[in-house]
Design a protein around this ligand. Structure first.
Ligand SMILES: C[S@@+](CC[C@H](N)C(=O)[O-])C[C@H]1O[C@@H](n2cnc3c(N)ncnc32)[C@H](O)[C@@H]1O
Length: 271
């Protein structure tokens, strides 16, 4: 029996090594995708990622799903900027984690998400609690609200980083500004890479930059772009990159919290 145990241990070690190897190959291939897939395709992948993740979401009980409520930084922002009344548009509202909390605080909420299953659950919670929130199935690239209607816009869950390409993010920001009242705030959550860049990462970026400029490549590829489990994200490399992206798009930065990965912007003049 001892011999059998030793053999099994050996086999298990070998499988771990093989598993690790294939995991690395998967990561590597995924990191090449942003250089060769067009932005529209990367965005489509994101939709499939959430469609898969939210399958059957509408059948869950609201209590099961909304347990986590607002995160600490979200609560801090509400208090710090005295966000107590007015209209707030929540982009990528999902099952309503933030939107429902905002509605409980008597804000007028418009929640936008592409995923119908997730929104069905959000609507059910709203109805059960007799809250005032409107949920719309739509893409946040075409926000279905009248111009200058919102006091605040909230894009949570690192979703600012889900927009592929610096120029596209800047064009999106300009469109976003049209939905805010003068002096209104947009609160955007973004992704940063907390691990130190390895030599392999540098080689992959060099290779990707070359691929991106081949015919059919994705010229909007930037270092920091990656795909994980079919979800595209752009990891901002440092504050300077993010600050210049926002200010070059005409936004004024009210607060940038790098550690908590959120930025609050406004527009002094309409774009
Ligand atoms: C990370 S989840 C965040 C969900 C929720 N806000 C939260 O924090 O629990 C991102 C959400 O954005 C939605 N989403 C992704 N791309 C979108 C798009 N282009 N337009 C609208 N919603 C989108 C997804 O369906 C998903 O519900």
């Amino acid at each position: 029996m001892r011999f059998l145990g030793l053999v099994l241990r050996r086999v298990s070690r070998i499988s771990t090594h093989i598993g690790g190897f294939f995991h690395q190959v998967t990561e590597l291939l995924n990191n090449v995708l942003p250089a060769i897939l067009p932005p529209a395709e990367l965005t489509r992948l994101i939709q499939s990622y959430y469609d898969y993740g939210y399958r059957g979401a509408a059948d869950y009980s609201a209590r099961e799903v909304h347990g986590t409520g607002l995160s600490t930084w979200e609560k801090t922002v509400l208090t710090q900027y005295n966000i107590k009344r007015g209209t707030i548009i929540v982009l990528g509202a999902g099952v309503g984690r933030e939107a429902i909390e905002f509605a409980r605080k008597d804000l007028r909420v418009i929640g936008v998400d592409t995923n119908r299953e997730a929104l069905r659950l959000a609507v059910r919670t709203t109805q059960e609690e007799r809250l005032s929130a409107l949920f719309v199935q739509a893409n946040f690239y075409q926000i279905p609200a009248l111009p200058a209607q919102a006091d605040h816009i909230f894009l949570c869950g690192i979703m600012y980083s889900s927009i592929p390409g610096r120029l596209s993010r800047q064009a999106w920001l300009k469109k976003l500004s049209l939905h805010l009242k003068m002096g209104g705030l947009a609160i955007l959550s973004f992704y940063i890479n907390r691990t130190k860049e390895s030599r392999l990462d540098r080689h992959v970026h060099q290779f990707n930059s070359w691929l991106a400029y081949l015919p059919g490549g994705n010229p909007s590829y930037q270092p920091g772009d990656f795909v994980s489990h079919d979800h595209f994200l752009h990891a901002f490399l440092d504050e300077t990159e993010l600050r210049s992206e926002l200010t070059d798009a005409g936004a004024t930065i009210v607060q940038l919290n790098w550690e908590e990965q959120y930025v609050i912007i406004t527009w002094r003049i309409w774009q």
